[in-house]
Every structure is written in structure tokens, then in C-alpha cells.
Design a protein around this ligand. Structure first.
Ligand code: FPP
Length: 247
């Protein structure tokens, strides 16, 4: 069991859950079975993060590009998402977990969107942890959406050009109000960020593992956190500055 320091936990963990298809293929199963097993991993990781005291967990559940997958797979993923929300709502309330979602939520099938909105609303008073699902999400679209919001507010006179800075910009992103991720985990041995939280991961620590998402579990999560805790985050400063030896 990995030893982790409860005082140095990442506040926000973001995960690119990859490898469901390969997990299924290795077992001679169809891709959808991989996604089903992926949902079990989601449950385990959400529970573990809540127990550890992580404040925000963002899961990349469906990208804008994922709409181009075979219809059967898209339908299955939407079905699994709806089923997850319906089954887990009680658990979220019990564990004081608030649901958030980022992405082009208007793209979701009406029934899924309604279930999502209802769960977001039911859990809005929970403040133990935020579970943030990225759905029909793309980092470039999010940035463009923010740019359009800024242009619109400039035109309305709500905003002045000189007020625009990196912090203000982040308040126009779908993640407004959430801290930037401290740790980004990607499973399945791929070394890409795949259009995920492009603006927000400027200083995020990356953890890449060969483990396929359906095999990712509490122990793997603890390994990722222990690795994160062994790093020195410098945010562009020197080691001495970070350690308070120099001003
Ligand atoms: C990537 O694996 C995974 C996805 C595109 C979907 C992730 C979805 C889930 C884990 C289940 C639903 C989520 C929730 C929150 C209930 P892949 O299919 O790209 O795998 P491959 O690269 O091996 O083909």
C-alpha cells in the first residue's frame, strides 16, 4: 500500500480515462464491455477520492470527437452515463458529493441531459467533493467559447479591455470557479493531452500509466498521488525560491 501525505494532497485531480477498448479486446470482449468495466473503475476512483479528501475530481468521460465513433458505441456510452447518474445520485448525496459538468452539454441526448441537470441540481448543496464530468468536451472549443463570452461582454460594456488577464480569462471557461488541476492522470500508456483542459493544465503535474482504465483502482490512484507528492512544483520559479531560501 502506497504511503501518502494527507497534508499534501492534490486539490484537483483530472483523469483521461483511456484504454477501455483495448482492455476489452485483450479479453476477446466487445468495446462496450470495456466501457461497462470502465464505469466500475469510475465508481471505485470517485469513492477513493472522496475518502482521501480530494476536493475536485474531473473525469474526461466523452470528448467532442467521440461523437464520430460508431453509433452503437455512442449510444452505449450515453446509456451508461445515464444509468450511472441514476444509480449513483443517492450515493453522491450520502457522501456529500456535488456533481458538475463541463462541455457542450447541449449536444447530449435530451434524456441524458435532463438526468444530468437533475443530478446537478439535487447535489448542489453538497460540499464534500466536486465530481466534474467532461461531456462532449473539447479544450479548444472551451477556449473559443470563453473568447466569444469576452467579446460579447466587451461589446455590452460590462468588461473593459484592460481588465482582461489570465485570471479573468479562466472565469469565462466552463471550469470557472474550480481550481486548476494539480495532477492529471492518463491511463493506457498514451502520451497525449487530447484536447483536455488545455488552458487549465499550464502548471499541472502529469502522471502517465500503462494501466488500462478498467484496471485502474484505488491502489493505482494512491501510486499516482504518491508520485505527485515526490515532485517539486516550481511554477517557473527556482528551487531555492520555492523552498523559501531566496526572495
Ligand atoms: C476511452 O477508452 C474511454 C472513453 C472514450 C469513454 C470513457 C467512459 C467511461 C469510463 C464510462 C462512462 C463514464 C462515466 C462517468 C459513467 P477508449 O474507448 O478510447 O479505449 P481504446 O483507446 O483502448 O480504444
Amino acid at each position: 500500500m502506497e504511503e501518502i501525505d494527507k497534508e499534501k494532497l492534490p486539490r484537483h485531480i483530472a483523469i483521461i480515462m483511456d484504454g477501455n477498448g483495448r482492455w476489452a479486446k485483450k479479453k476477446n470482449l466487445n468495446r462496450i464491455s470495456g466501457h461497462m468495466k470502465g464505469v466500475d473503475a469510475v465508481r471505485e476512483v470517485v469513492t477513493a477520492c472522496r475518502e482521501l479528501g480530494i476536493k475536485v475530481l474531473t473525469l474526461y468521460a466523452f470528448s467532442i470527437e467521440n461523437w464520430q465513433r460508431p453509433k452503437e458505441e455512442v449510444d452505449a456510452l450515453m446509456g451508461l452515463l445515464k444509468e450511472y447518474l441514476l444509480r449513483e445520485c443517492e450515493e453522491m448525496l450520502k457522501n456529500n458529493i456535488r456533481l458538475f459538468a463541463i462541455g457542450r452539454l447541449e449536444d447530449l441526448p435530451t434524456d441524458v441531459r435532463e438526468t444530468l441537470e437533475a443530478t446537478i441540481q439535487k447535489t448542489e448543496k453538497c460540499d464534500g467533493m466536486i465530481l466534474n464530468l467532461a461531456l462532449s468536451y473539447g479544450g479548444r472549443s472551451e477556449i473559443l467559447h470563453a473568447v466569444c463570452g469576452i467579446i460579447s461582454d466587451l461589446k455590452k460594456g460590462i468588461l473593459k479591455e484592460e481588465e482582461i488577464d489570465p485570471l479573468l480569462f479562466s472565469n469565462y471557461l466552463w471550469t470557472r470557479g474550480l481550481p486548476d488541476p494539480d495532477l492529471l492522470i492518463r491511463t493506457s500508456g498514451e502520451y497525449r493531452v487530447s484536447n483536455f483542459l488545455l488552458y487549465q493544465i499550464a502548471y499541472t503535474e502529469l502522471y502517465l500509466t500503462e494501466t488500462l482504465w478498467p484496471d485502474f483502482n484505488r491502489e493505482e490512484l494512491l501510486k499516482a498521488i504518491a508520485d505527485y507528492q515526490s515532485r517539486e512544483r516550481r511554477f517557473g520559479l527556482t528551487s531555492e525560491q520555492i523552498n523559501g531560501l531566496e526572495v
